[in-house]
Design a protein around this ligand. Structure first.
Ligand SMILES: [Zn+2]
Length: 255
């Protein structure tokens, strides 16, 4: 009897371990690439050939931290974040994926974007000598105002950030930052107008003061002038955060 119970629990354990892998394999078998329609190998929405052709920033030329590139540093001169990682310029297919995610509710694309972001971050971790360990890091996402959240039903930055953080076992606190002001669209506004629009737009939820770490990864879908991130990073640095890495899918510098 005891032997039978042991066997059952061992079988349950082995099923628990193999089931997710099996489900992933089945999903891959029945999925096709969103870009070319061919069979997928690693992620159910993108085949390996289309993935290899994505218009990434070339880290072999400019490094992972885009702020080390003079042209980008010049375009974003007064950042309060210390490092900037973006996968690509704001162009197809990333621009289409972000639009479909935000405005057509294709939330499965958050999984694809988080997967691509995590792959890039893993390459960075492998390239640096002493990468930060999970205990030193806190992941945050740029919050939406509650009224915007109600209108859209989700925050795309949150959907990406929670999957990204899970992949690396990083502490993620989606409710630490609060957007308290409804801001108008930043599109077409000058630098001064953007800062005025976003002044005092965020606050820190005092219930989470014990969660701060030395290093923060702040996640947003698209970075344009960096004004939004700057406002948040000012608050975080006042709370003693030492370094902040802004991590985004796209960088869309204003022309
Ligand atoms: Zn493809």
């Amino acid at each position: 009897m005891e032997f039978g119970n042991k066997l059952n629990s061992e079988m349950a354990l082995s099923l628990k371990q193999t089931l997710p892998l099996l489900i992933k394999k089945i999903r891959l078998l029945i999925s096709c690439c969103t870009l070319c329609g061919n069979a997928c190998q690693q992620h159910q929405l993108l085949c390996q050939y289309c993935q290899a052709d994505l218009p990434y920033f070339k880290e072999d030329l400019i490094g992972f931290d885009l702020l080390s590139w003079p042209a980008i540093k010049q375009a974003l001169p007064k950042t309060t974040f210390d490092h900037l990682f973006s996968l690509a310029p704001y162009q197809w297919p990333f621009s289409t994926w972000i639009n479909q995610l935000k405005y057509q509710g294709k939330t499965e694309l958050a999984g694809l974007l988080a997967y691509l972001l995590a792959q890039r971050w893993q390459q960075y971790l492998s390239a640096v000598e002493e990468p930060k360990v999970a205990e030193q890091l806190l992941v945050l996402s740029v919050p939406l105002h509650i009224s915007k959240w109600q209108e859209r039903g989700f925050n795309q930055a949150h959907l990406i950030a929670k999957r990204f953080a899970k992949q690396f076992n990083y502490n993620y606190q989606p409710e630490l930052l609060i957007r308290k002001k409804i801001t108008q669209s930043q599109v077409g506004k000058s630098g001064v107008a953007r800062r005025k629009n976003l002044a005092n737009a965020f606050r820190i939820n005092s219930a989470y003061l014990g969660e701060f770490a030395e290093h923060v990864i702040l996640i947003d879908d698209v970075v344009t002038t960096g004004t939004t991130a700057n406002e948040i990073c000012k608050l975080l640095k006042k709370r003693g955060v030492q370094t902040i890495t802004l991590l985004s899918i796209c960088l869309a510098l204003p022309s």
